[in-house]
Design a binder for this molecule. Structure first.
Ligand SMILES: Nc1ncnc2c1ncn2[C@@H]1O[C@H](COP(=O)(O)OP(=O)(O)OP(=O)(O)O)[C@@H](O)[C@H]1O
Length: 266
């Protein structure tokens, strides 16, 4: 992965990324939500976006998928790239009778065998004939993971896959995601608020707050004073977000000043 920040030194791009953004800005509802984001995800790599509520994590994930249009800059996907997307939430009509198996056929043509394989990989084979409306939050997350796997993705985009999942379930879910990565050798772009998990299970971290504040390997970022300034002293345990560092933001989250030209890099 390579990242640059408006004030950061430019790093050389990896040879063959799955997807990359260059100086990406996004306006939504007339407001600048992302500003000058340059990043990439490489094959076999887990890149995690962290940041406070409203920082633009979902917007960046959706821009990477081509679901949100840049107002400036570029998003480039490798030609023929297959993506699997697990959105933060997906609402199902409570009155619609729908089994999990049928639910998984709604987006693309598939086969019973592929559905069985995807459910196995997501660890929810037992739910194949359950009604989607009866699933718990954590079970639904697993089904959405199976749905994302059905496209046989080169790139998996997982937006808070651990939400509504209990502590044991989270460990198991991330073990499954790790298995998927190793088995399929796909790249993974993850959005998470669980800093503990992020630091333990990610190759690269991007701290986002409308722009890239801080990025690098977890072990480097977690030791960096700017990371602690950004996330507070409980950073390893709690998603307590403080955004005090060496530059200021204008009302649209752009950077307006800096002392040493950036946050942290690793
Ligand atoms: N369609 C839209 N129109 C206008 N503003 C939007 C739209 N979608 C998102 N926003 C705003 O863009 C900002 C970034 O939203 P986004 O969902 O990307 O943040 P996030 O970092 O994923 O937040 P969270 O951690 O709460 O999920 C928010 O202030 C949000 O209100």
């Amino acid at each position: 992965m390579s990242i640059t920040h408006p004030h950061a030194p430019t790093t050389s791009p990896a040879p063959d990324p799955l997807v990359w953004t260059e100086n990406l800005s996004v306006r939504l509802g007339g407001r600048l939500v992302l500003s000058g984001v340059t990043m990439a995800v490489n094959p076999g790599e887990v890149v995690t976006l962290i940041g406070p509520n409203g920082a633009g994590k979902t917007t960046l994930a959706r821009a990477v998928l081509g679901l949100v249009r840049p107002s400036d800059g570029r998003v480039t996907r490798r030609p023929g790239l297959r993506v699997g997307y697990m959105p933060q939430k997906l609402t199902v009509d409570a009155t619609l009778p729908l089994t999990v198996r049928r639910f998984l056929t709604l987006w693309r043509p598939t086969t019973p065998e592929r559905i069985t394989t995807a459910l196995e990989e997501a660890g929810v084979t037992r739910l194949a004939d359950a009604a989607v409306q009866t699933l718990s939050g954590g079970e639904m997350q697993r089904v959405l993971l199976a749905r994302a796997l059905l496209s046989d993705p080169d790139l998996l985009v997982l937006d808070e896959p651990d939400q509504a999942v209990d502590v044991h379930g989270q460990a198991e879910l991330f073990a499954r995601i790790e298995h998927v990565r190793r088995h399929r050798r796909c790249g993974i772009l993850l959005v998470s608020h669980d800093l503990h998990t992020v630091m333990a299970r990610t190759d690269r971290v991007i701290c986002l707050n409308g722009h890239v504040c801080c990025h690098g390997r977890p072990e480097d970022v977690s030791r960096h004073p700017e990371y602690h300034a950004l996330f507070g002293r409980h950073a390893a345990e709690l998603a307590v977000y403080l955004h005090h560092h060496d530059h200021a933001h204008d009302p649209e989250r752009g950077v307006v000043s800096g002392q040493d030209g950036g946050c942290c890099h690793g």
